[in-house]
Design a protein around this ligand. Structure first.
Ligand code: F6P
Length: 547
């Protein structure tokens, strides 16, 4: 039976501390401890992380670290890195950290030389993408491949799609990538609309190679290609990424053009495996190696830094602090970088599929809230949409602000005094400041505001945020950012005692969709089959479709 973390002395102490601190205002915490702005910070790799604008004191941080130790975060972390089967419900190792080990590292797990296996696949990916990028690999008509269309969903889509967007400036091989995931045919149709089959290569990415959406889209894409170029064109225009060679072959893709990975790589942890093939096609193998290097830098930080200065531990524990003690429901992720437009969507799968669990690893119910709801949009768009609630609403929504010193693009402002990037970053700094410190009724009244308007204009402040800064959005930086969140998920999941690496909750919906499919298309008169709501919805749909 797992230890119930809420029954430990470390939890009880933190709970008592929470009662004291829950009403403290960040204005007072900063006034009482003027050094906190420089000292409640941590550097990890190239990331500078300021967590001073959180509703924590130095004592809170010490107690959170104590709780992490009580939950055996260090031991569990070492077990994960060593390849222990910490995904207990699936009896699997959890080794995404091995995907970014340097070639001269050593790691043997379950009798398998993991590092050699990883680098063999990386070498094959490099050879293949070199051929694509140089134009040596050509389509069936002899034309160069210009567009790679990744067909996958969840972890087989979100990672490469997000990273290709983030590294837009590193596309230097004449290849662009597009992504099709949704079984809604609109996705495939819109993506292929202006593409030429002769210059298009499909990467069918699926760990299991059994996912309905991916196989359905891949079959439709195959028909699109074959209609234009004939059956014999398929080998030159379809490659696969999967752990299941048999299913790839059955689908009709030559396994010589398949790039493998292993069951110890979870889908949402797989962008740095062969699932990143489309990324490598766009940015090249050297930049991809830098991307992996970024992950590894944070892995090393997470593995070796004392918990008190360990960024994923501190941020993961602050997540636990808000979820479990303040009852906060969500965490907003607000990148002040348009190129990170898909980062929140990526993190939604990483964090919510991992820690959205109600039972602990041993099957007993959890005794505290788990799994923050992640959401967000790039700044400054969010400011003109939902920040109103962040500033003056009744809910506590901690936020992660992410910004870069060097712009990916920059333009002068119209008055010629600065750049648009400076303007963007001034917004980031202003928002975190206003969220934390707000503006009091007295300050607003002193400005001559009409008395009846004062309450509307009061900015309560005390709204917590983390600021994560890096010099630029380079391949290594995006690897570092991803690893920073991967390990936070691990830390929080460990404290909550859950298996962060399974996802049983997605299965029933898939099964019922398969069962409902024939019911929707049946020509027999509809009969009561399910609950009264579902039956009525099915009848409505069938009537609309003339069935
Ligand atoms: O249904 C959830 C899920 O299993 C995710 O965990 C995974 O990333 C996604 O589906 C896609 O799975 P696959 O790569 O096997 O197609």
């Amino acid at each position: 039976m797992s230890t119930d973390i809420t029954g430990t002395a470390a939890w009880t102490t933190l709970d008592a501390h929470h009662r004291v601190i829950q009403s403290a205002h960040l204005r007072d915490l900063f006034a009482q401890d003027p050094q906190r702005g420089t000292e409640l910070t941590v550097s990890a790799g190239d990331l500078y992380i300021d967590y001073s604008k959180h509703r924590v004191t130095r004592e809170t941080v010490a107690l959170l670290v104590d709780l992490a130790r009580t939950a055996r975060v260090e031991q569990r972390r070492d077990e994960m890195f060593a390849g222990a089967h910490i995904n207990t419900s699936e009896d699997r190792a959890v080794l995404h950290t091995a995907l970014r080990l340097p070639a001269d590292a050593e790691l043997t797990v379950d009798g398998q030389d993991v590092v050699t296996d990883v680098h063999t696949v990386l070498r094959r990916m490099g050879e293949f993408t070199d051929r694509l990028r140089s134009g040596e690999w050509r389509g069936a008509t002899g034309e160069r491949i210009r567009t790679v269309v990744n067909i996958g969903i969840g972890g087989s889509d979100l990672g490469p799609a997000m990273v290709c967007g983030a590294l837009r400036h590193y596309a230097d091989g004449g290849i662009s990538a597009r992504f099709v995931s949704n079984v809604d045919p609109a996705d495939l149709v819109a993506t292929l609309a202006d593409l030429d089959p002769a210059t298009t290569l499909f990467v069918v990415a699926s760990k299991t190679f059994s996912t309905l959406e991916t196989l359905t889209n891949a079959s439709a894409a195959r028909r699109w290609l074959v209609d234009e170029l004939g059956e014999e064109a398929v080998p030159k225009h379809f490659v696969a990424v999967s752990t299941h060679a048999d299913r790839v072959a059955e689908f009709g893709i030559d396994t010589a053009n398949m790039f493998g990975f292993w069951d110890w790589v979870g889908g949402r942890y797989s962008v740095d495996s062969a699932i990143g093939l489309s990324v490598m096609a766009v940015i090249g193998k050297e930049r991809f190696a830098e991307f992996l290097g970024g992950f590894h830098a944070i892995d090393e930080h997470f593995r070796t830094a004392p918990l008190e200065q360990n960024a994923p531990v501190l941020l993961g524990m602050i997540g636990v602090w808000y979820s479990s003690f303040f009852d906060a429901e969500s965490r907003a992720v607000l990148p002040y970088s348009n190129d990170l437009a898909r980062f929140a969507a990526y993190l939604q799968q990483l964090t919510m599929e991992s820690n959205g669990k109600s039972v602990r690893a041993d099957g007993t119910p959890v005794t505290t809230k788990t799994g923050e709801i992640f959401w967000g949009e790039p700044g400054t768009n969010g400011q003109h949409a939902f920040y109103q609630l962040l500033h003056q609403g009744t809910r506590l929504a901690p936020a992660d602000f992410i910004g870069f010193a060097e712009p990916t693009d920059d333009l002068a402002t119209s008055d010629g005094t600065g750049s648009m990037h400076d303007l963007l970053m001034s917004n980031l700094f202003a928002q975190t400041r206003v969220l934390a410190f707000g503006k009091t009724a007295e300050e607003i009244a002193a400005e001559g505001t009409a008395a009846e308007l004062v309450p509307h204009k009061v900015m309560p402040g005390n709204r917590p945020s983390t600021t994560i800064l890096a010099s630029q959005l380079a391949p290594s930086t995006i690897g570092q950012l991803i690893a920073l969140y991967e390990h936070q998920v691990f830390v929080a999941g460990t404290v909550w005692g859950i298996d962060s690496f399974d996802q049983w909750g997605v299965e029933l919906g898939k099964a019922q969709a398969l069962e409902l499919g024939p019911v929707l298309t049946s020509t027999q008169a509809p009969r009561p089959q399910y609950d009264s709501s579902t039956d009525a919805l099915v009848r409505w749909y069938r009537a609309q479709r003339g069935r």
